[in-house]
Design a protein around this ligand. Structure first.
Ligand SMILES: [Fe+2]
Length: 159
């Protein structure tokens, strides 16, 4: 039988998925602000490369978030849309304001790896619900965040 894309996610598994989707959405929102914080406040001999890299990452995150939210709406899941809700649901922490350039890169490498892992964990549940486009997009986002995490670790001279 031909596969059909779901236009809603159902049952108890759907409700759990809804929460998990919104947690990762909130994480991307916090990451977006954190990347701006680091973009503005990074100091030191690597200013130009890191200032530019952080901008590239927040632009990418912004593109991902819009697609992610709209694909949530396509399966009748309401994306969180207030700062209060983002902060209440995110597991990624905001910038402390005291990070030096090394700590900024270390923190982001860990955040991106965690985000990638957490996104990948959503894929099976989405596929079970036939939310195939979102599952596919999320895999693409997880792939990108994984690669960005590796690049930041490489920048630090680590595996
Ligand atoms: Fe800028």
């Amino acid at each position: 039988m031909a596969k059909r894309q779901a236009t809603e996610i159902k049952g108890q598994a759907g409700r759990v998925l809804e929460q998990d989707l919104n947690r990762e959405f909130a994480n991307m929102q916090v990451l977006y602000v954190k990347l701006h914080n680091y973009h503005w406040f990074v100091k030191g001999s690597h200013f130009f490369s890191l200032h530019g890299k952080f901008e590239e990452l927040y632009n990418k995150t912004a593109t991902f978030m819009d697609d992610y939210a709209e694909q949530m709406l396509a399966i009748q899941v309401k994306p969180l849309a207030t700062m209060k809700d983002f902060l209440a649901n995110a597991t990624i922490e905001e910038a402390s304001g005291n990070e030096d350039e090394q700590e900024m890169v270390e923190t982001l490498a860990a955040d991106l790896q965690a985000l990638s892992n957490q996104l990948v964990e959503l894929v099976d549940g989405l596929e079970e619900q036939n939310a195939l486009s979102l599952a596919d997009s999320i895999q693409g986002m997880a792939r990108d965040f994984q690669k960005d995490g590796w690049m930041l670790r490489s920048y630090l001279g680590r595996d």
